[in-house]
Design a protein around this ligand. Structure first.
Ligand code: NMX
Ligand code: MLT
Length: 441
């Protein structure tokens, strides 16, 4: 990985110096006002942390190091014969802020393949999990158990200087990103295919192709979908639950395995990453109510969709895959996947259903009057694409999100350690304290 280290040794210290000077000049400037509602309201809108890898615009969506996803679909290196960008390219970009060459991307592919092996105790642990244990709980437990491999933790214990933290964080991060597809595939094969292993890692292939093969899929369309999936789910600035958890736990100098294990537990929540499973579950129940077997689409009308959506809302549940804490327009990650579907599965009944929901749900959410954003997010679309290629086990969907999210939040951890960011410890207040504060103001 020498070329990556060389670039990072040039980029990160310079950036840390730039931040130092910026803080010296503007450290006392204000970033806005804080209201009582913000303190009670999940800290929405508070500009309270720094994340260098990506920034989310409410209308335009995510930019990785300044690049929109659509730009990245054009500019990042692609896999052989494929049309979608490679995750390794996104990883290089998120780490360095620079678009990688094909050679740099291939270097990362080979390095990830080389580092993929799991320690025996983690293999044993995964094989001992009961099949009923949710795949996300398995993924987070196995990730945490990889703590045994942490170079950061070992070096910290032996008194390594702070200036070396980012290098050790990088080492662990690349190791973890390399191992996650293997863990995920083992979980998939154990839970859904009696533990029968299939493909192994080919050092001449990219992460998406190897991951697909270990899951048991060889279709070129699926491989390209997985590549796209890994890229678009990787990063969503710093405030989302999984990124923020990685940052928070990492700020205690817990190593990347411990920090990301914690993040996965947040990703497993239904308002965050589990929403992709929830969407499929919602769609499946709706289809069952529409008709037996494959007959459901004959009875699909906008009125039936509207009734189902209202039933869900009136029973006090959310419409999974719709709404967002920051976005106020259709998530470009939804649009990327819609474009993929238009290209590869335009006649799919499931795609038609998801498209009809897109036409019906926003108006209903507006009429319902609660959600600040009536538009679909990333999770509204991913499930039906996976279904199309035969990855039908919806309980597994958030695991794919978990493999991808590491590609964004771990580079962010590297940047944080390179800047020497401190322990995260915001001030909390009690209600009597807030009342007294407001009265005295
Ligand atoms: N269906 C019904 N009600 C909704 C929805 C929705 N899709 N989205 C928001 N609301 C409600 C929300 O529950 C809240 O109600 P209450 O005041 O009774 O608590 C109200 O609208 C205001 O919420 P917002 O401020 O618009 O949204 P917030 O920032 O609190 O939450 C989500 C954002 C994403 C958690 C929320 O939109 C949601 O629950 N969506 C469905 C679940 C989902 O798709 N999550 C995936 C997000 C993306 N990801 O991968 O992480
Ligand atoms: C994400 O990708 O993390 C979700 O869209 C949630 C968020 O950004 O808050």
């Amino acid at each position: 990985l020498e070329p990556l280290y060389d670039r990072l040794h040039e980029i990160l210290p310079k950036h840390a110096q730039d931040v130092k000077e910026f803080r010296a000049a503007h450290g006392g400037d204000t970033l806005g006002i804080l209201t009582v509602d913000m303190a009670y309201g999940g800290m929405r809108g508070i500009k309270g942390m720094v994340t260098e890898t990506s920034v989310l615009d409410a209308d335009e969506g995510i930019r990785y190091q300044g690049h929109t996803l659509m730009e990245l679909q054009e500019t990042l290196p692609r896999g052989p014969g494929g049309q979608e960008p490679l995750a390794e390219g996104a990883l290089w970009l998120l780490l360095t802020g620079e678009l990688p060459t094909q050679e740099q991307t291939t270097l990362l592919s080979k390095e990830l393949a080389r580092r993929a092996e799991l320690p025996h105790h983690v293999v044993q642990m995964i094989n001992n999990f009961p099949a009923e244990l949710h795949p996300m709980a398995q993924l987070s437990a196995a990730t945490t158990a990889l703590h045994s491999e942490s170079k950061f933790a070992k070096a910290y214990a032996s008194g390594v200087p702070k200036s070396k933290y980012w290098e050790l964080t990088l080492e662990d991060s690349i190791d973890l990103i390399a191992k996650l597809p293997v863990i995920a595939s083992m979980i998939y094969r154990n839970v859904f295919h009696d533990g029968r292993t299939v493909g192994t890692i080919d050092p001449d292939k990219d992460m998406g192709a190897n991951f697909a093969s270990m899951l048991g899929f060889s279709d070129e369309g699926f491989i390209d979908l997985l590549r796209l999936y890994l890229v678009i789910h990787a990063d969503h600035e710093g405030g989302n639950v999984s990124a923020h958890t990685t940052h928070l736990v990492g700020s205690a100098l817990s190593d990347p395995y411990l920090a990301y294990g914690a993040a996965l537990n947040g990703l497993a929540g239904p308002l965050h990453g589990l929403a992709n499973q929830e969407v499929l579950s919602w769609l499946t129940k709706f289809k069952t109510r529409l008709g037996e077997g494959d007959d459901w689409h004959a009875n699909l009308t906008k009125q039936r969709i509207s009734d189902e959506v209202w039933n869900t809302l009136n029973s006090g549940q959310v419409i999974p895959g719709y709404g967002h804490a920051v976005l106020r327009k259709t998530d470009p990650r939804y649009t990327c996947q819609r474009d993929f579907a238009l290209k590869h599965l335009p006649d799919s009944d499931d795609f038609k259903l998801v498209s009809m929901l897109y036409e019906v749900v926003p108006d209903i959410l507006l009429e319902h009057g609660k959600s600040k954003n009536p538009w679909p997010n990333v999770d509204a679309h991913s499930g039906i694409l996976l279904q199309h290629y035969g990855l039908t086990e919806m309980n597994f969907y958030t695991v794919l999100f978990g493999v991808s999210r590491a590609i964004g939040v771990l580079p962010s951890l590297v940047w944080s350690r390179s800047m020497g960011l401190p322990l995260e410890r915001p001030k909390s207040m009690s209600t009597p304290g807030l009342k007294a504060f407001v009265a005295a103001a």
